[in-house]
Design a protein around this ligand. Sequence first.
Ligand code: CP
Length: 331
Amino acid sequence: MKHFLTTEDWPREDLEQLLVDADRLRGLKDQSLKGKTAALIFFNPSLRTRASFQVAMIEMGGNALVLDTAGTWSLEVEPGAMMDQGAEEHVKEAARVLSTYVDVICIRCFPKFQDWSVDRQDRLLHAFAEYATVPIVNMETIVHPCQELAHMLAVKDRLGAPDGKKYVLTWTYHPKPLNTAVANSSLLIATKFGMDVTLLCPTEEYLLDPRFMSASEENVKRSGGSLTISHDPQTAYRDADVVYAKSWGALPYFGRWEEEKPIRDAHRHFRVDEDKMALTNNALFSHCLPLRRNVKVTDAVADSPQSMIIEEAANRLPVQKAVLQRLLKGN
Ligand code: CP
């Protein structure tokens, strides 16, 4: 049984095939998953992921069962736990019981933002993968693999082969420290697809977890791309073909966010704007959404012809159809 937890364990050829499948599935309504049910479990808010997974199942003739954590029991993940605290149910039962009702379980569970050494283990997702007897799909935990595929499909639609194209993943200001998942995913997919990637962030403290930095280094060895770190927007943007914006909290400050805030506040100028985009090779702009306009990116850039924010979001539907078909039908 195969899960879709992260693209790290999927070779590029398999991901390329998913993108080919996704392209074929665009606009298609069929009965390919007739009689199949997906459980969508949300521990965090969502617009795109919730809607696109539900519509994907409906358009393939199946059903989606949406479970919000407000309406279900809180879950324990620790094996052998003495459950005398908040959790009412162990994932050992929850995963196995749900597996008797549905054909695939999709999970969104963000970090708790208190202790990165715990959050980085992605324990709930892995506990579901361990105990469930049906495939598990990651709808965003510490990576966001469905967003990765949607993003790369949008890049390929606009640029053709991404290999050798200059890609900038830029940190942007946000009033709150956010999840690193999309940044991790952006780095993983761009390096796997042979792009010359620059990670632009305010300081060394905003580098991503070593797991994803190392995986990206390994990716470029195989793909022929490159990975550069920059803290200087003027240099990083120059001649870029793609600019991907995301805000995230600095990992060393998990649980001490009041100490991180002054650093974040001092880098509001990392906002994507027309002056920075003018340094590029008429670069495409994207963001995973939701997007705080004029905080992370100016209206002029977000609404420009080079912006592919809506295309990327739209691509969530066909790529998730492709993933669900692969897991449920093996094609
Ligand atoms: N990009 C994304 O996953 O959007 P939602 O958080 O709205 O699902």
